[in-house]
Each structure stands twice: as structure tokens, then as C-alpha cells.
Design a binder for this molecule. Structure first.
Ligand code: IMP
Ligand code: MG
Length: 187
């Protein structure tokens, strides 16, 4: 692994390697394939953080699935949730009777996904499940069922594999803890 590359200089430490991620994503894809046998789920990618995970995950699912993209407000240039959730880009299809799998990069406070689950339920989806790459249970502020996750991680701000800080580091192939000196100026 090339850890001397420019983006790695801002990491405090590496948390998950691309090999570990690949293995976990593959396992999750197999699990979803089993659980949704006979169905054609609609996978909803939450932009932009989940894009990298999403494109890997769908190729590990052996089902006639469909994909949709949705954008909701998140942190901006801060490492803390604003608590404000609003839809910037909505789905392009009617989801009545559909089995929805929301694909997210990380569940932190849980506020974003708790909101989305309610929205999809009022639109009469047959079922709504969450598949997240990372889960930070220590930070949960609302009750939320997370049906699928690849990794539970400690309370640290992480970047890479789609996850950003101020729109940077999304293209890091691994996941690392961002060095706090990068964002301490804002606190
Ligand atoms: P929640 O509503 O607090 O669960 O926020 C979830 C969103 O916050 C995620 O989709 C991410 O965009 C962002 N987020 C939370 N924790 C991190 C992190 O450690 N690194 C990067 N983004 C994060
Ligand atoms: Mg996000």
C-alpha cells in the first residue's frame, strides 16, 4: 500500500485497508442476495459519500436490482451534524410496493437515516432497510434499526472510500482517522 501519497499525510492512522473493505463488502452483498431472494430491491445511494461503497456493493449482489440516487443535506465543512435534514435531490421513481435498501457511507447520530426511513414509509414502500459501510453506535442520538453494516467503528472522524472532510479525501482507497489538526481551527 502506498501510504506516502499526499492524502495519507493528513491521517492520524489507518483504520481499514482496501482489502478489509473489499472482503466485508463482498460478504454483505452475499447476505443481501440471500435475504432478498426472489425480489428485485431498489437500492438508493445517498450522495455523495456512499458512491464508492455503492458501486462496489451492487456488483456483489446477484439479484435483478435497480438503483436510484438521492442527495440530502449533511455536514458541509464541519465534523458535527447540523441536525437539519433536507432533500436536495429526490428519487426519480415511485416506490410504492418496492423493497428499498438505503445505501449509506456511515451512520453517526442516525438523524439523517431516521428521517429518510420515515419518508420512504409514508411513500408506501413495501420494506425499508439500511445498508451502511460504517456504523458509529457510540454517537447515536435517535433510535434506529440498522439492518446491515460492514464495520462498527469508534467515535473518530474518518475519511476515505467515499467519506470526506470538506469535500476532500473521498478518493482515498482506504479508510483512515483524520488528523484532528486538519479541523481544529473550526472548533
Ligand atoms: P448522521 O445523520 O449524524 O447519522 O450523519 C450521517 C452523515 O454524516 C454521513 O452520511 C456522513 O456524510 C457524515 N459523517 C458522519 N460521521 C462522519 C465521519 O466520521 N467522516 C465523514 N463523514 C461523516
Ligand atoms: Mg453522507
Amino acid at each position: 500500500m502506498e501510504t506516502t501519497a499526499m492524502l495519507y499525510q493528513d491521517l492520524e492512522r489507518l483504520l481499514l485497508t482496501r482489502e478489509e473493505i473489499q472482503e466485508a463488502v463482498k460478504k454483505l452483498g452475499q447476505q443481501i442476495t440471500k435475504d432478498y431472494a426472489g425480489k428485485s430491491p431498489l437500492l438508493v445511494c445517498i450522495l455523495k459519500g456512499a458512491v464508492v461503497f455503492f458501486t462496489d456493493l451492487i456488483r456483489e449482489i446477484d439479484l435483478p436490482l435497480q438503483m436510484e440516487f438521492m442527495s440530502i443535506s449533511s455536514y458541509g465543512a464541519s465534523t458535527k451534524s447540523s441536525g437539519v435534514v433536507n432533500i436536495r435531490k429526490d428519487l426519480d421513481v415511485d416506490i410504492t410496493g418496492r423493497d428499498i435498501i438505503i445505501v449509506e457511507d456511515i451512520v453517526d447520530s442516525g438523524m439523517t437515516l431516521s428521517f429518510l426511513k420515515k419518508v420512504f414509509a409514508t411513500r408506501n414502500a413495501a420494506s425499508v432497510a439500511i445498508a451502511t459501510l460504517l456504523n458509529k453506535p457510540a454517537r447515536r442520538r435517535v433510535e434506529l434499526d440498522v439492518e446491515y453494516y460492514c464495520f462498527n467503528i469508534p467515535d473518530a472522524f474518518v475519511v476515505g472510500y467515499g467519506l470526506d472532510y470538506d469535500e476532500k479525501y473521498r478518493n482515498l482507497p482506504d479508510i483512515g482517522v483524520l488528523d484532528p489538526r486538519i479541523y481544529t481551527k473550526e472548533e
